[in-house]
Design a binder for this molecule. Sequence first.
Ligand code: NDP
Length: 258
Amino acid sequence: MAAKTYSVLITGANRGIGLEMVKQMVEATRPIQKIFACCRDPDGPRSEALQALAKKHPNVVTVIRLDVTDLSSIKQSAQKVGSLVGTGGLNLLVNNAGVLAHGTVMTTSPEDMQAAFNTNIMGPMNVTKEFLPLVQTAARASGAPGRMSCSKAAVINISTVMASMASLAASYSHMPAMSYRVSKAGLNMLMLCCSEEFGKDEILFAGLHPGWVKTEMGGSAAHIEAPESVEGLLRVMDSLTDKQNGAFLDYQGKPIPW
Ligand code: NDP
């Protein structure tokens, strides 16, 4: 990520792809100035690796409590981050937190469907809305009118190829995960609506598929390790311009059919 990206916020940053993203951003040769690494239980055992990273880089990484399913937690974190970024605003918001439950149309419980919607759609929607004023501030403060980029002002949603309606038939029988697919397809539409609504503010929106990654969600049979996925995601984010506003791409930059 370019040095001119001053501030980044990542949800679900305590493990998996989110944690790796914080790690690569802070260890980059041209590191980002401020990384707000959000997680829902900063003091719990699942956040130890993130806390260790923050301790190693106290001037860059700030751990913020943020449960994407809890509006008051989102509002509190937006207030805190707002006071820390000041007049520069927040350049990049990464909606990474997500949940996956297995099940077909017939076997998915109402609770799993609700949880998928709460975390994978309502979460990014509320996070985007509450942090938007900070991203708008960054867009205005950038001194680069007429351009779009992740180093200026952007919201990246971590989506999945499993949201692709065009490629559903090829994968549904061995990996239904119906609630996940439906919620991530909704997340993609949310991203498109945002790209229409906030284009006037010169804020870039995109949905990125990280590949099939060996994390708790991806499992041990996945194709790639988190470092490879995140290297690709950061490269793609760095390359985005207004031409990719509203795009759905994989971690290698290839467009995914809707
Ligand atoms: P993990 O299961 O390893 O991590 C999920 C992260 O989301 C954790 O940090 C978890 O926090 C957080 N999270 C879940 N619910 C909430 C919540 N309510 N509030 C805040 N944080 C929450 O998954 P990955 O790292 O693999 O996935 C990251 C993103 O990438 C997801 O959006 C996923 O859909 C997407 N993706 C992953 C793929 C893969 O193969 N791994 C493939 C395609 C997309 P906690 O520790 O508190 O549970």
